[in-house]
Design a protein around this ligand. Structure first.
Ligand code: UDP
Length: 461
């Protein structure tokens, strides 16, 4: 009897996410897939500060443990990036080691650690304890490939050329298509180095997972696979929006902000099919006051109704009386259940910052995009949306790096009304089908998950 109970709890995976909405969502969804595929015990590990700041952490689904990143009461933003990074590595390594020891002595030892590459030190701790290691990239392989080339110094920094060919099967890229930490290496070399640290242990780790799917990034994935065992397992969006194989998996289940759900759907239900312009810049971006004003005035002048997510921290950037003035044609909310909104039949296009989750969500639900990248990987995602996947258009910036109101209006009208807009919509529908196929039983992403689970069971059961 005792042996049977032990078998039921093995293999035991620790899943360690980086505490941002855009990193937690895919990591949490990956965990749900692993459990569905046969990992009986998964423990989510997050920071003490993050657990304190999120009311609805889904501990009903998984056991939750915490480590310290050295900022248990917040304040990370107040110190220099290099100090935050080194304090996080130091405290994180020590408290993760304590957690692994605690689990061992409590009779529930961990067998494997799946971790976010923003915490590369996890590998060193796991190696010390002889645990299996898996790194999970929440950014696409196009972006991984650029960072990897910079990490191996194949791509020389700072990038001097305006047009650049990067090894790995890329189209020719403009400098402005590169992640901001590569474009702006000179102005922020520390953050740039920190981003490249993601690749520190990647060729020693047992498994490398990425939130993409093979058909979407075939060439770049095959190229990276020459250097590491690259396994796409995405899109990691709740199963009910794709293959419907995981019962009740209809939402991410964890939100840093409270969604204004009823108001959104009461409003959306009253809009014509395919008419609504949905606008959101995700959980983190902070557009300038000038950019918010251009966007606000563009949306106000559109002939289409719009739903705009403006987080509470950004609300003061809206023009005075804006919400009252647009009441007849638009709705501004502080947060929404984005997946359900994108699935709603009233939504016709998505004006997005091109965060990778938002991009994959739109692609998986067949919604064409107007891309307004703000920083980090969003520029590269926007390039691929426009030129490779052809499911959207990138709004152009002026010489002040601002997207003007006329440009926004043109882009929206183009996607909503033109013949090329119709082509984008039909390409989006094609990607939606391929995304579903990838996660269906025996699809390319599903196979990678199955192989991982089988290997874990073979080794630890
Ligand atoms: N999101 C949401 N409601 C909103 C805006 C965003 O649920 O009103 C979710 C969205 O579905 C996505 C995540 O927040 O899963 C944002 O991740 P992304 O990578 O797009 O951008 P980030 O926030 O990391 O910049």
């Amino acid at each position: 009897m005792e042996k049977k109970q032990n078998e039921q709890g093995k293999p035991h995976c620790l899943v360690l996410s980086f505490p941002l909405q855009g990193h937690i969502n895919p990591m949490f969804q990956f965990s749900k897939r692993l459990r569905h595929t046969g990992i009986p015990k998964i423990t989510l590990v997050t920071t003490k500060f993050f657990l304190k700041s999120v009311q609805n952490f889904p501990d009903a689904c998984f056991k939750v443990e915490t480590i310290s990143d050295g900022f248990d009461d917040g304040g990370m933003e107040a110190v220099k990036p290099e100090e935050a990074y080194s304090r996080c590595s130091e405290y994180g390594s020590r408290t993760l080691a304590e957690l692994v020891e605690k689990l061992r002595s409590s009779g529930s030892p961990a067998d494997c650690v799946i971790y976010d590459p923003f915490y590369p030190w996890v590998f060193d701790v796991a190696e010390k304890f002889g645990l299996m290691t898996a790194v999970f990239f929440t950014q696409p392989n196009s972006v991984n490939c650029i960072y990897f080339n910079a990490y191996t110094k194949e791509l020389k920094l700072p990038v001097m050329e305006d047009r650049i060919r990067i090894p790995g099967g890329f189209p020719v890229m403009d400098r402005s298509d590169l992640p901001s930490f590569i474009q702006d290496h000179e102005s922020d070399p520390t953050r740039s180095e920190i981003m490249m640290e993601q690749f520190r242990n990647v060729q020693r780790v047992d498994w490398v997972f990425v939130n993409t799917f093979h058909q979407l990034e075939q060439e770049v994935t095959d190229w990276l696979s020459k250097f590491m065992d690259m396994r796409p397992i995405g899109p990691t969006i709740p199963s009910m929006f794709l293959d419907k194989r995981i019962p009740d998996d209809s939402q991410y289940g964890l939100s840093i902000f409270t969604p204004i759900t009823d108001t959104c759907f009461e409003w959306l239900d009253n809009q014509p099919i395919g008419s609504v312009v949905y606008v959101s810049f995700g959980s983190f971006a902070r557009p300038t006051v000038e950019q918010m004003e251009e966007l606000a005035l563009a949306l106000k002048s559109l002939d289409w109704p719009f739903l705009w997510v403006v987080r509470a921290s950004e609300e003061s950037k809206l023009p005075k009386n804006y919400e009252e003035e647009i009441r007849d044609k638009g709705l501004v909310v502080a947060w929404c259940p984005q997946l359900q909104v994108l699935k709603h039949e009233a939504v016709g296009c998505f004006v997005t910052h091109c965060g990778w989750n938002s991009t994959l969500e739109a692609l998986s639900l067949g919604v064409p995009l107007v891309a307004m990248p703000q920083w980090t990987d969003q520029y590269t995602n926007a390039k691929f949306v426009e030129d490779v996947w052809r499911m959207g258009i990138r709004a152009k910036t002026d010489d002040k790096k601002l997207v003007g109101r006329a440009e926004i209006v043109n882009c929206v009208n183009h996607v909503m009304g033109s013949e090329t807009g119709r082509e984008m919509r039909s390409n989006s529908t094609k990607w939606k089908e391929l995304a579903r196929e990838a996660v269906e039983e025996a699809g390319s992403s599903d196979q990678n998950i199955q192989e991982f689970v089988s290997a874990l069971k073979l080794k630890f059961c």
